[in-house]
Design a protein around this ligand. Structure first.
Ligand code: K2U
Ligand code: ZN
Length: 196
């Protein structure tokens, strides 16, 4: 094989770098979808595929835009989610990847937040959850992390963990409101399917 010229080597290097740095937005499943009701499987090993999935989930979350996204929402029934609840203008983002997350403590105090969901677009309802939670998870380096969350971080982390257990925020509502939102989503999906 002829040795590559410097220019050709540079082009190949840029192409491979672009491959690793490309943005990949994955489609987000919409409720009702049976995959959103499944209990997800633990991640056995942090492989390059899990790294790529986490990167795609962060790209997809920021593009939505959202402050969290769980793997089942992009059709991968594994126990990992991403979140970045930094809302202050000009503050540095804090993208987090939580693999096999568990709640280790919840506060007695509760907080109510008007929740939405990227899998249930334009539908919002008040959900009451523990105000603060401690979570333990594995990070992308395979290291165990533990942290206490409050505010939007606590709400989001609990919302995403629900997704890993096949639970949506509407499952915290009464049956009438849940059915009303589900009927709206069935209509929306039918209209989107017609529009193609
Ligand atoms: O899981 C998802 O669908 C992502 C949600 C996470 C979330 C829901 C309710 C409360 C906090 C987080 C999306 O980020 S929904 C869009 C959103 C954006 C800002 C604040 C709240 C919700
Ligand atoms: Zn959601």
């Amino acid at each position: 094989m002829r040795p590559r010229t410097d220019a050709a080597a540079q082009i190949a290097l840029c192409a491979s770098a672009a491959y690793f740095w490309r943005m990949t937005i994955r489609p987000i499943l919409l409720h009702p979808d049976p995959r959103l009701k499944k209990v997800c499987e633990p991640v056995a090993e942090v492989t390059p595929e899990i790294h790529a999935l986490a990167a795609d989930m962060l790209d997809t979350m920021y593009d939505a835009p959202g402050v969290g996204l769980a793997a089942p929402q992009v059709g991968v029934l594994k126990r990992l989610f991403v979140m970045d609840c930094v809302k202050e203008e000009g503050a540095a983002p804090r993208p987090m990847v939580l693999i096999n997350p568990e709640i280790t403590w919840t506060s007695d105090e509760a907080a109510t937040y008007e929740e939405g969901c990227l899998s249930i677009p334009e539908q919002y309802a008040d959900v009451k959850r523990p105000e603060r939670v401690r979570m333990r998870w594995m990070d992308l380096d395979g290291a165990t992390q533990e942290e206490e969350f409050d505010g939007l971080w606590a709400t989001c982390a609990q919302h995403e963990l629900d997704h890993l257990n096949g639970k949506l925020f509407i499952d915290h509502l009464g049956p009438i409101k849940r059915q009303m939102i589900t009927r709206r989503m069935v209509k929306l999906k039918r209209e989107r399917a017609r529009a193609g």
